[in-house]
Ligand binder design. Structure first.
Ligand SMILES: *[C@@H]1O[C@H](CO)[C@@H](O)[C@H](O)[C@H]1NC(C)=O
Ligand SMILES: *[C@@H]1O[C@H](CO)[C@@H](O)[C@H](O)[C@H]1NC(C)=O
Ligand SMILES: *[C@@H]1O[C@H](CO)[C@@H](O)[C@H](O)[C@H]1NC(C)=O
Ligand SMILES: *[C@@H]1O[C@H](CO)[C@@H](O)[C@H](O)[C@H]1NC(C)=O
Length: 393
């Protein structure tokens, strides 16, 4: 008995430090109904400024004003991903992690301070496998036209493909079939995660939406806060074509993602230097995909910092309605059929939750929520996996 506990303790310790991670490339054949816009990729900072001024103009909707129609975009793309498993095998479930604007998949596995801020490490220690990916168009994933191609609908199609491949056990190099596939997204990644569950509710066991809300009132703060410029004039010019916008200064990263006094200044430096750009097509389709009632029936957890900029304008508790405890609480109306709905507004945290001192609390809550959904049987079990789609992957 004593020996067993010592053994278990030893196992636990080794799980906490081991990293069984592997980089893979997943080829997806996808199509989506994208918007067509009468807009050319911004060639210089002045064109970016004009674009942002129109995108943030109160009482106007740039998406409708430059929309000329819709077109089916179809193609084969490479998605760069990192697959990690706990020491003891594939774990009790897999979490599909989708990053937001300004980052790549490393948002979930920050190497800063010896991986001490890594969500992936905490998830592995809690017995989950993880698949994080660079969203289509970014990082080491395929590029595409920044106005007409790299838009939310095509990225959601890519997320759907990744999910199906995982569920069916046909993902490059991942032979395991998973009974539970949780989707975890940050910011724009949370918007896509929520959209996936709205469009294909049978594809997810449950959702965690981090740094997310339904109120688009304050998105213009983010558009200006980021100090976005044309990527051509930045150190990432060789990696991206015109039409990608990058954050010009560390101050832009700070304003959009960090809350006063809540972070290690070296982390801000790290975040700025690991930053990634955003396409004009993404900004034009940013909020459209989050809208509408979501009839997903599984569990949903929204966790957002109280000083979140894009979804709360810096204070999620200021709702103007004594009946409404937070701006996030209003999202309950958008998920009328879920079997569990929780909101956690983390005091004083900013939008880049994984990068602040409160990350430990945030991760504990996220993993606690998933554990509870499994324990209480509210996580949706994936139906018997489809037969493998020979050769398609
Ligand atoms: C996976 O790729 C990323 C990005 O290039 C790199 O930082 C990381 O070390 C790689 N991980 C493994 C396990 O090879
Ligand atoms: C702007 O219009 C688009 C589509 O025409 C819509 O999806 C989007 O939600 C609108 N944006 C806002 C902020 O209302
Ligand atoms: C968004 O939040 C602000 C501030 O709480 C509030 O005034 C506004 O009515 C909200 N908008 C929507 C559409 O809920
Ligand atoms: C990372 O280190 C800080 C300070 O040393 C600590 O407060 C925090 O809990 C650690 N994070 C995790 C997830 O262990």
């Amino acid at each position: 008995m004593q020996l067993t506990s010592i053994l278990l303790l030893a196992l636990n310790l080794s799980i906490a430090v081991a990293r069984n991670c592997r980089n893979i490339t997943i080829q997806v054949s996808i199509e989506s109904r994208n918007a067509e816009f009468s807009l050319s990729p911004a060639q210089c900072d002045s064109e970016v400024a004009d674009f942002l001024l129109s995108a943030a103009q109160q009482g106007h909707n740039i998406t409708t004003s430059v929309l000329t129609g819709y077109k089916t975009v179809k193609g084969q793309y490479d998605i760069a991903a990192t697959y990690c498993t706990p020491d003891g095998g594939p774990g009790k479930a897999i979490q599909l992690l989708t990053h937001g604007i300004g980052f790549d998949r490393s948002y979930w596995d920050l190497s800063f301070n010896n991986h001490n801020y890594s969500y992936v490490d905490q998830a592995l220690a809690a017995g989950y496998s993880t698949l994080s990916h660079d969203r289509l168009g970014l990082g080491q994933s395929s590029r595409g036209h920044p106005v007409h191609e790299i838009q939310a609908p095509l990225e959601i199609a890519a997320l759907k493909s990744l999910t199906e491949a995982l569920r069916d056990g046909t993902c490059n190099g991942i032979l395991q079939k998973f009974e539970y596939v949780f989707h975890v997204g940050h910011s724009f990644g949370a918007i896509q995660t929520s959209a996936l569950a709205r469009l294909y509710p049978q594809l997810s066991s449950g959702l965690i939406l981090q740094g997310f809300g339904h109120n688009a009132t304050f998105v213009p703060y983010f558009l200006f806060g980021g100090n976005f410029v044309a990527v051509q004039g930045t150190p990432r010019a060789s990696e991206y074509p015109a039409g990608y916008l990058d954050t010009a200064s560390m101050m832009g990263t700070q304003q959009n993602f960090f809350s006063p006094g809540q972070y290690d200044p070296r982390m801000l430096d790290y975040a700025f230097h690991h930053g990634q750009p955003v396409t004009q097509g993404e900004l034009l389709t940013l909020t459209g995909s989050a809208g509408g009632v979501n009839h997903f029936r599984g569990p949903v957890f929204i966790i957002t910092g109280s000083r979140d900029l894009p979804f709360c304008g810096g204070d999620c508790f200021q709702t103007g309605d004594p009946e409404l405890p937070s701006i996030m609480a209003a999202s309950a109306h958008a998920f009328p059929d879920v079997n569990r709905f929780e909101v956690d507004v983390v005091p004083e945290a900013g939008h880049g939750m994984n990068m602040e001192y409160s990350h430990s609390y945030t991760y504990q809550q996220m993993l606690r929520f998933l554990d509870d959904t499994l324990k209480d049987n509210v996580a949706l079990k994936m139906k018997t996996p489809f037969s493998p789609r020979g050769g398609r992957w």
